[in-house]
Design a protein around this ligand. Structure first.
Ligand code: PLP
Length: 344
């Protein structure tokens, strides 16, 4: 997970032998084809990767079902996420987000002095799209994270289409699909980008296991993507990230295999939590909010003493902590530590 400078220190303090269930990464790492590709390209690291960028853009366009002109390549999704907020919100054009939600867009809005309107998720933890649309008649960006971080819950395609049809004029709908590959009951909104004010964010940091290699993209109409240009200079993704991303997209088994691996471990965890009587929010992604019935920070600290690092806590769900789905072995360690901490 992308982090702020002050978070880096606390993450750096995680003991090296701890189980890392704190950042929604993929414990499987990059797929074998991606590793081969990045090793092969490393020797050409002296050259600017013009060709490889083009190949990556074409591959992303094909994967998203959009023309190549609708793809803005980026070193992960944090960069285009921030740029969309910088470009389309302002002191007179607020940002509308859901709560609890991923905080990065809010930070970008505060940087440009834009008001942030936070709309609670519905009871089923989907985005309250009707309330988000009505939140401010002059909204500049409505941010929808699907599946949502930290709850892993989804928002139906029909609800997203409702936002697109009813949003304020000139408002951009920013749909963050960092975890979309894991979702079973909803799909990508990429098909909407050509004909509407929608920008979809994609990243290789999650299911593709490339958080440290960096690749991602924004999908959107060229006139919208053009507005992001001024917020960054001429830049490239690293050749290693590009080559690994292209190889990952070419291997059509990566997504279904990893999706199944995560969902098997997640469903086993859910069954265990239910058996033990622990509360949690059913998720479709590689993370789950678990209710520790005590302040989340205390639970995080107690688990870290047991060498299990879990993710953060949100003010809207103060007794929950976010736990990333790891390998079966990692989750066994989590279960042991969690039970010990809950019993003490
Ligand atoms: N969006 C969401 C919802 C995330 O959870 C994250 C990282 O955790 C990001 C975007 C940014 O990640 P990256 O820049 O690695 O793509």
């Amino acid at each position: 997970e992308a982090v702020l400078a002050q978070d880096v220190k606390s993450i750096a303090n995680i003991p090296p032998d701890a189980v890392r269930l704190n950042a929604n990464e993929n414990p499987l790492g990059p797929c074998p084809a991606a590793l081969d590709a990045l090793r092969n390209v490393a020797a050409q690291g002296n050259r600017y990767p013009f060709r490889l960028t083009e190949t990556f853009v074409r591959a992303m366009a094909e994967a998203g079902g959009v023309p190549a002109s609708h793809v803005l390549p980026a070193a992960g999704s944090s960069d285009p996420l921030h740029r969309v907020v910088l470009a389309f919100t302002s002191p007179s054009r607020p940002l509308v987000v859901a709560s609890p939600g991923y905080e990065a867009p809010e930070r970008a809005a505060r940087f440009v002095g834009a008001k942030v309107i936070s709309v609670p998720l519905r009871k089923d933890y989907s985005h309250d799209t009707r309330a988000m649309v009505k939140a401010d008649a002059n909204a500049g960006v409505i941010y929808i994270c699907n599946p949502n971080n930290p709850t892993g819950t989804v928002t139906a395609k029909a609800d997203i289409e409702y936002v697109v049809a009813n949003k304020p004029k000139g408002c951009v709908v920013l749909i963050d699909e960092a975890y979309i590959h894991y979702a079973k009951t909803t799909g990508s909104a990429a098909s909407l980008v050509a004909a509407s004010d929608v920008i979809v964010l994609r990243t290789f940091s999650k299911i593709y296991g490339m958080a440290g290699l960096r690749a991602g993209a924004a999908l959107g109409r060229p006139d919208l993507l053009e507005k992001l240009g001024g917020f960054a200079g001429m830049n490239f993704l690293p050749a290693t990230g590009l080559a690994a991303a292209v190889a990952s997209l070419e291997d059509k088994k990566v997504v279904p295999d990893r999706c199944k691996a995560v969902s098997d471990v997640r469903e086993d965890l859910f069954a265990w939590l239910e058996r033990k009587g622990y509360g949690f929010i059913p998720s479709e992604a590689n993370m789950v909010m678990i209710d520790g019935k005590k302040p989340g920070r205390e639970l995080m600290a107690a688990l870290l003493k047991e060498k299990v690092a879990v993710g953060r806590t949100w003010a809207a769900l103060p007794t929950h902590v976010r736990v990333t789905i790891g390998t079966p072995e990692e989750m066994t360690k989590f279960k042991t530590a969690f039970e010990k901490v809950m019993d003490s």
